[in-house]
Design a protein around this ligand. Structure first.
Ligand code: HEC
Ligand code: HEC
Length: 265
């Protein structure tokens, strides 16, 4: 009888702990990186110079396209982004809060998905593929408005389970090479791998211009590459798993500022 009581007390205690963990996320869980560096730090001097050049940075072409799309009022009866939101500079700071929990959708949304939402529900366009030039250009232009600002994602009752999923994904081994994200981006950051100097794997420059792509790509495109690099099955663009990972990455990059559009090898 006594042992039954002790066991049930233990169970009750464990249960209340786990419930508390979900309802009251710690304000700042411990981060494993002691020194945080942006991916720019690990690039060659030429690539660094290209990113920092406000005229030659090729990613700025996507920002320009995004600006044109922002105020595009050529379709009759379709309000432009600008008509509802004003000058795009009003978007300063918005990207630092994404991914964020969208109550109407009851799920975590990243910025590209929010833009897709506006295009579909408010402009009545058909949904576009995640990695389409239009969504890339609009996302790049909107994120660029937050250049220089630190990340500011919210960890609360709603977002915490996604953060946990993202964190678990980051530290789980996978693929034929049986590696987790942290093996390359924490243990081996700074070392060379097939011509690349491994960075800490932050997303603060995305969408980014990659010389190998000859174009701008999303963070999800980069994550798919990382999965394929270890022969693990990549998720689809916009997959919930990647959006959770994105939340974890944004939180992990709290000491960094937005650099979009970054330039990468
Ligand atoms: C086998 C090693 C390896 C693994 C494992 C790996 N990556 Fe990468 N990752 C790379 C390489 C190489 C690059 C390009 C160079 C760099 O920036 O590190 C890269 C780049 C990145 C970047 C872009 C950094 C920047 O500033 O441009 C992010 C973000 C990233 N990885 C996240 C992840 C995540 C999340 C995982 C786990 C799902 C992961 N990576 C797993 C090798 C790896
Ligand atoms: C008919 C008006 C309307 C149009 C057109 C519109 N939006 Fe929105 N948008 C809204 C409203 C209202 C919200 C706020 C809803 C919300 O926060 O969920 C919003 C939210 C957003 C947000 C998130 C803001 C935040 O603070 O989190 C972004 C980013 C955004 N829109 C981008 C765009 C882009 C890019 C376009 C053009 C492709 C566009 N919107 C077109 C009405 C519009």
């Amino acid at each position: 009888m006594k042992s039954v009581l002790i066991v049930s007390l233990c169970l009750l205690f464990c249960y209340s702990c786990s419930v508390r963990a979900v309802e009251e996320p710690p304000r700042m869980p411990e981060r494993t990186l002691t020194e945080v560096h942006s991916g720019l730090f690990y690039q060659s001097a030429d690539t660094q110079a290209l990113q920092n050049d406000n005229f030659a940075n090729p990613g700025l072409l996507w920002v320009d396209r995004g600006l044109t799309l922002w105020s595009d009022d050529s379709a009759p009866g379709v309000p432009s982004c600008a008509e509802c939101h004003g000058n795009i500079s009003q978007m300063r700071g918005v990207a630092t809060r994404y991914p964020t929990f969208a109550a109407e959708k009851n799920r975590l949304l990243n910025l590209t998905q929010q833009i897709q939402e506006c295009r579909v529900t408010r402009q009545h366009h058909d949904p576009l593929p995640y990695e389409s030039e239009i969504l890339l250009a609009l996302t790049t232009a909107v994120v660029h408005q937050s250049k220089g600002l630190p990340f500011d994602v919210t960890l609360d009752k709603q977002t915490y389970p996604y953060w946990v999923a993202g964190k678990n994904y980051f530290y789980e081994r996978r693929g034929q090479m049986n590696l987790a994200c942290n093996h390359c981006h924490e243990h081996y950051a700074g070392r060379m791998l097939r011509g690349d100097r491994l960075s800490q794997g932050h997303g603060n420059g995305y969408p980014a211009y990659r010389l190998q792509w000859q174009g701008v790509g999303s963070l999800h495109r980069r994550l798919r590459f990382c999965n394929q690099g270890i022969r693990a099955e990549p998720f689809d663009y916009g997959a919930a798993e990647y959006v959770s990972l994105e939340l974890f990455l944004a939180w992990r990059a709290t000491d960094l500022v937005v650099e979009t559009p970054a330039v990468r090898r």
